[in-house]
Design a protein around this ligand. Structure first.
Ligand code: G6P
Length: 607
């Protein structure tokens, strides 16, 4: 996830607007900054890694001239934060500059093709292929618009791009596919940005580009065309009535809610892993005599869910362990034959880094999954994968869990394939189901959010909640309970449902709320038994079950219905979403700030 901003304006300096716009896009990324303008027919680019203020001051960006320009604030996915990897990226002739948000899946093959034609690349990004492809297309004399359209048709993956070129120094081209892009118009000119707040001080007349659309911005306004055939799209502007503060959260009242709603998009990005690293990590996993999964907080719950997935799909035993316990528990057994996969959104959690330091000292192979390229975890791991969910501001992690689980699921499937542990049919089926996860999450949010808000009202005065699930749903239960605990402070228990009769059942009395996570699958018959046990003792049952699961619905006081066809092995991703929403609405009803829970920090970098 990155932030992009482009403009062409009648008076004044474009750069002041660009840096101001980037400031409001920093939530989308903040490891590198870059700006490009065109002055007297010449392209000017300044960029570097670092925070916005530092780079703007260090490179004196605000002194750049130009009434047309664009800027980028980066959250690295391909290539660590550095000056060369920062956007804009330039073609070989130095006449075309481009900024990009998204992931180009087929960049390796495009890059090989371009290298063969003599193009020289300076960065490790996926983005750099795009300006070079445009340069290549321009040789066939089809003009900028034709060249950009041709290139866009070749890209696989997600993108929002802005292109400036000295060939047409008065035009900003921008386009999108599965990454957000808004255009806006005022008396003073035209703008494009990753979201509305970036341009809101200059205009409230905007239009959201749709997938597969390109816009051309000029001082006279804008034109929107379809990428597929270049045909004109009629698109009216709409008026935005949000305040600037609301707009920063894109109309959501809190970052946590915004991030919950962002999950279909972050999951789509999470499915676009770099093949070579996915293969590398799974090869390392396969070589381990012992495989440990270590993490803290939500990331630990991702590991717990993953231990079921690795076992069921790849027939690999993994040992999930909270990182603060790793050294005491396994410090003396971890060794040269061990693989330790550390999972950490920030890549900086003290306990996780301590655990892997110890593992490295004992010659174990350390692997990482993180959201933060350039973090300590990426520097010390033998190989790592990026969860690609973009910055998360809410302290309670939401998209982190779902993205990590989708990344770990892909590792498990890849391993199953490499080791021949699943039949071709099973592999095909799981692979297809993985691609459906983002839309299942979308459907879940769309069809249940109103109902869950009402449910929160109904249960807002409850003093205790139990979260129960069998098999992999025990991990979903723990994560759902963590959300509730973090932001509402309401005492709660989470247990594997089968274990509940060995303790938790003692707290059940009339009216205690018991939340059951009941996807279809191997554990379904057993969960029915667990529900009956609790119901018989007076518990109020709230269940999350598949649409049309009459058996569970009959036993429940309230139920949240999930899309049909979700395999149990992949269920934590969609099934956790109602729990995130429930915790969120309960916190709001209690007049608590879900973005800033008491005593908690987004990243715990101290012992
Ligand atoms: C803190 C945060 C949690 C997070 C945990 C691990 O406790 O409040 O939301 O899950 O740290 O963070 P990491 O960056 O290692 O995933």
């Amino acid at each position: 996830m990155c932030g992009i901003f482009g403009c062409v304006i009648k008076d004044g300096q474009a750069v002041r607007l660009i840096t101001d716009g980037l400031k409001r896009l920093e939530y989308r990324g903040y490891d590198s900054i870059g700006v490009a303008t065109i002055v007297d027919g010449g392209l000017h680019v300044r960029k570097d890694k670092g925070k916005l203020e530092e780079v703007v001051e260090g490179l004196r960006i605000n002194e750049m001239e130009g009434t047309i320009g664009m800027g980028h604030t980066r959250w690295a996915t391909h290539g660590a934060p550095s000056r060369v990897n920062a956007h804009p990226h330039i073609d070989g002739s130095g006449n075309i500059a481009l900024i990009h948000n998204g992931v180009i899946e087929n960049y390796m093959e495009l890059k090989d093709e371009l290298i063969e034609k003599g193009h020289i690349f300076v960065s490790r990004t996926d983005t750099e292929v795009i300006p070079h492809l445009i340069e290549e297309e321009l040789t066939s004399d089809i003009g900028m618009k034709g060249a950009i359209l041709r290139v866009l048709r070749r890209l696989k993956g997600s993108y929002a791009v802005v292109v400036l070129s000295t060939h047409e120094p008065d035009r900003v081209y921008c386009a999108r596919h599965e990454s957000p892009l808004v255009i806006g118009v005022s008396d003073n000119g035209a703008f494009c940005a990753s979201d509305v707040p970036a341009m809101l001080p200059y205009t409230n007349q905007v239009s959201y580009l749709r997938n597969g659309e390109m816009a051309v911005l000029t001082l006279d306004g804008y034109e929107v065309v379809k990428v597929i055939d270049g045909s004109l799209v009629e698109r009216n502007l709409e008026e935005i009535t949000w305040s600037l503060e609301m707009a920063e959260k894109q109309g959501y009242t809190h970052f946590m809610l915004k991030e919950i709603y962002e999950q279909p998009e972050s999951l789509r990005d999470g499915l676009r892993l770099q093949e070579q690293y996915l293969n590398l990590l799974t090869q390392f996993l396969d070589r381990g005599k012992d495989v440990f999964l270590t993490a803290a907080g939500t990331s630990y719950h991702s590991c717990l869910a993953a231990s079921y997935i690795f076992s069921k799909l790849s027939r690999l035993t993994t040992i999930p362990v909270v990182s603060s316990e790793f050294i005491e528990r396994y410090g003396s057994t971890v060794g040269i034959d061990s693989v330790v996969l550390a999972v950490s959104q920030s890549g900086e959690t003290y306990d996780t880094l301590k655990a892997i330091d110890h593992a490295r000292m004992r010659a174990a192979t350390v692997l990482g999954i993180t959201n933060t390229v350039g973090s300590t975890l990426t520097r010390v791991s033998r190989a790592y994968l990026i969860q690609q969910s973009g910055p998360e501001i809410g302290v309670a992690a939401t998209k982190t869990f779902t993205s990590q689980v989708i990344v770990l699921s892909q590792m498990a499937l890849r391993l199953a394939k490499q080791k021949g542990k699943l039949s071709q049919d099973e592999l095909d089926e799981f692979e297809e189901k993985l691609t459906l996860i983002p839309s299942w999450v979308e459907d879940t949010i769309q069809s249940n959010s109103g109902y869950i808000e009402a449910l929160a009202e109904k249960y807002q005065d409850d003093k205790l909640f139990l979260f129960l699930g069998r098999g992999i749903s025990a991990a979903t239960a723990l994560e759902g309970r963590l959300k509730l605990l973090e932001i509402t402070y309401v005492p709660s228990l989470a247990y594997p449902a089968g274990e509940s009769k060995h303790g938790p059942i003692s707290v059940i009395e009339d009216g205690v709320a018991c939340i059951f996570i009941c996807p279809r699958g191997d554990t379904h018959p057993n969960i029915i038994g667990s529900i009956m046990e609790m119901k018989a003792r007076g518990a109020r049952i709230i269940s999350i079950c598949e649409e049309g699961d009459e058996e569970v619905k009959r036993l429940s006081d309230d139920f949240i219905e999930m899309p049909r066809g979700i395999p149990e092995e992949l269920s934590p991703v969609p099934y956790v979403v109602p729990l995130q929403l429930l915790a969120y609405h309960l916190a709001v009803l209690k007049e608590l700030d879900p973005d800033m829970p008491r005593n908690l920090a987004k990243s715990v970098t101290v012992p």
